[in-house]
Ligand binder design. Structure first.
Ligand SMILES: Nc1nc2c(ncn2[C@@H]2O[C@H](COP(=O)(O)OP(=O)(O)O)[C@@H](O)[C@H]2O)c(=O)[nH]1
Ligand SMILES: [Mg+2]
Length: 192
């Protein structure tokens, strides 16, 4: 996918697809609804999706929202649950994804391993621009981004940003930082 505006029909914004993933309760749905300009669409049971292209035994809640970044650029945001069983759904979505925001609950060290597993899973499927958003920074016992980096064994070049997932401004800062990285890394744009 080219980011060149000339590739788009006039008035039709370039769309980037951003996955927001993380453990249960980390703030995925809050993040997407804080940003979305449209009413967030939530699919509770993909088994009842009329397209029926996904495994029927899977029950996954996916939230979808959309954010305009500029006149010619918009982001589709998909909140996807993490979990131990990564399956076809993630593989399909990872192929269509421009970038990943991995949420980590700054108050729940018991979920750090799962966060790490989610990051590694997506990177193995297809390397893509990503960053970590450390949610619940408004909690008194939240780990700081500087404390989280070594706990998650993340290299220096990976951004770990503070976030309050219920706050639009905070979620927008995180998303714009990822968009900057996406625009700086055209070689990792999704396959057609
Ligand atoms: N104070 C605070 N509450 C948050 C934050 N992120 C999520 N929550 C709350 O945590 C709960 C779970 O959030 P939700 O978005 O449903 O998590 P999900 O399971 O990842 O979709 C909700 O009650 C949210 O209001 C945050 O950054 N700060
Ligand atoms: Mg949710």
């Amino acid at each position: 996918m080219s980011m060149a505006p000339a590739a788009q029909p006039a008035g039709d914004p370039q769309l980037v697809t951003i996955l927001v993933s993380g453990a249960n309760g980390v703030g995925k749905s809050s993040f997407v609804s804080a940003l979305s300009e449209i009413e967030v669409v939530t699919t509770r049971r993909l088994a009842s999706d009329p397209a029926r292209i996904l495994p029927t035994a899977t029950t996954v809640r996916v939230d979808w929202g959309r954010l305009s970044i500029a006149r010619d650029l918009a982001a589709d945001l998909f909140a996807l649950p993490g979990g131990r069983t990564f399956d076809l759904l993630w593989e399909i979505l990872a192929r269509a994804t421009t970038g990943l925001i991995a949420l980590v609950d700054s108050t729940r060290p018991d979920t750090f391993r799962e966060t790490k597993a989610i990051i590694e899973f997506f990177q193995r499927l297809r390397p893509m621009p990503y960053l970590i958003a450390a949610t619940k920074q408004d909690h008194p016992n939240a780990w700081t981004p500087d404390e989280l980096r070594p706990a998650l064994r993340l290299p220096e070049q990976v951004a770990v940003l503070p976030c309050v997932a219920t706050n639009r401004e905070s979620c927008a800062q995180v998303t714009l930082e990822l968009i900057d990285r996406i625009l700086a890394a055209p070689a990792t744009a999704p396959r057609a």
